[in-house]
Design a protein around this ligand. Structure first.
Ligand code: SAM
Length: 392
């Protein structure tokens, strides 16, 4: 079956929905789109026409940065309304995805166990029940996801993976493509265009969640062995079953990306897709050092995120920063201020071999649909991914 451009691809692990459940999810998707395209742009008008002039009158200058804008906007009715509706849309999104998964959890677990034991694609799964889940993932329900990634409610649980897969599709309003694989695809296009002769033999993804971003690496680098780690067992079980059902062999293991059990120099490409903004400042330092240890000489590490605040218009940065204060993303703000050359130096990489880029979205329809405006709540808009990386 070919994925339809406008629908999420129904692989065997994607939770089924009744007509009512589907309309509820579609409502949330349209509601988010409405907020992004109809309500959010007016917030900017309100800022330009009311809030900024009032700030300038009081202070004799324009706001200096996103923090001053946020403090000024926090008292504005229009912004409060958008922000409240945006937060509500996030809570509705999780609820609309939880219902179908709760209803068919036994079936999803049975299907996942079947795929795991069949080992048809040749991938593997190694879980570590003793692994400590880092505090930056347990202290809050990350991005309002009830129970976060790691919570288990049943034996061999896959619920958080199944919920996350559908929720990400709705969150991005379909703009990650039918396979939710635009971040991986865009990174691959960037690597292919900048390093056409690069042919990694072993690729590692950090924080793979459902495996949505690692899957396209198989087609891009058919001779490579694929590895992926995550701290959350339910995500990994789901990812493993999903990868097997798609015929893509991936070796998945439950490990903290800060300290892994692979030998030095095990990989020539290490990637992360929207992982870093969820980790603490200390964890990022550890991940940088671990990445340096695991790369072969000449190997490449790439981290993909929404755009950095450096050089960004202060209003856009304020909108993009909304998640920090309103969507349980405590490290979002700091992670958008990472300075790759300094991070490289600290971890033992040559800062001269650091690179940064805005990689255009690989998913054609996303290029056309995304707005190039920072509107909040859809990975920052723009049809681009910000990536930074290091060569060893
Ligand atoms: C936003 S999701 C990643 C999404 C996915 N990579 C994609 O491309 O859509 C972040 C994932 O990273 C995992 N994670 C967070 N911190 C981690 C760490 N220190 N080590 C390994 N996995 C981690 C979480 O459990 C979660 O599944």
């Amino acid at each position: 079956m070919q994925p339809q451009d406008h629908e999420q691809f129904a692989h065997t692990l994607l939770p089924e929905t009744t007509a009512d459940e589907f309309s509820r999810q579609e409502f949330v998707k349209s509601y988010k789109l409405h907020l992004a395209s109809q309500v959010s742009p007016n917030t900017k008008v309100v800022y330009d026409k009311q809030v900024r002039p009032a700030f300038e009158k009081e202070h004799g200058r324009a706001p200096k940065n996103r923090h001053e804008i946020r403090k000024a906007m926090n008292g504005n009715n229009h912004y409060q309304t958008w922000s409240s509706l945006q937060r509500t849309s996030q809570e509705m999104m999780w609820k609309s995805c939880q219902g179908p998964v709760e209803r068919q959890l036994d079936t999803l677990i049975a299907e996942s166990n079947k795929k795991i034991s069949a080992k048809s694609a040749g991938g593997t799964l190694k879980l570590d029940p003793e692994l400590e889940i880092p505090r930056y993932l347990t202290a809050v329900d990350i991005h309002c996801q009830p129970g976060g990634y790691h919570t288990e409610v049943a034996k061999d649980d896959v619920a958080s993976g199944a919920i996350f897969e559908r929720a990400v599709y709705i969150y991005a309003m379909g703009q990650l493509g039918p396979m939710n694989d635009d971040i991986g695809g865009s990174t691959i296009e960037y690597l292919k265009s900048t390093r056409p002769d690069f042919a990694p033999k072993r690729i590692l993804e950090l924080g793979c969640s459902t495996g949505n971003s690692i899957v396209p690496y198989k087609d891009a680098y058919p001779d490579a062995e694929l590895y992926a780690v995550d701290v959350a067992a339910p995500m990994l079980r789901y990812a493993h079953a999903r990868c097997e059902s798609l015929g893509v062999p991936v070796h998945l293991s439950q490990q903290n990306a800060e300290h892994m059990d692979f030998e030095d120099g095990s990989f020539d490409l290490i990637v992360s897709h929207i992982l870093i903004h969820e980790t603490s400042t200390t964890a990022f330092r550890n991940i940088m050092k671990e990445t340096h240890r695991l790369l072969t000489p000449g190997g490449v590490a790439v981290h993909v995120e929404t755009p950095a605040y450096k050089g960004m218009d202060a209003y856009d940065a304020f909108i993009l920063d909304w998640d920090t204060y309103n969507n349980n993303e405590p490290f979002w703000s700091k992670s958008h201020e990472i300075d790759p050359p300094s991070a490289a130096k600290e971890a033992g990489f040559d800062p001269e071999k650091t690179f940064e880029a805005m990689a255009p979205s690989a998913y054609e329809a996303a290029k056309a649909k995304r707005t190039n405006v920072f509107q909040g709540g859809d990975f920052g808009g723009g049809g681009f991914w910000y990536l930074y990386g290091f060569e060893k």
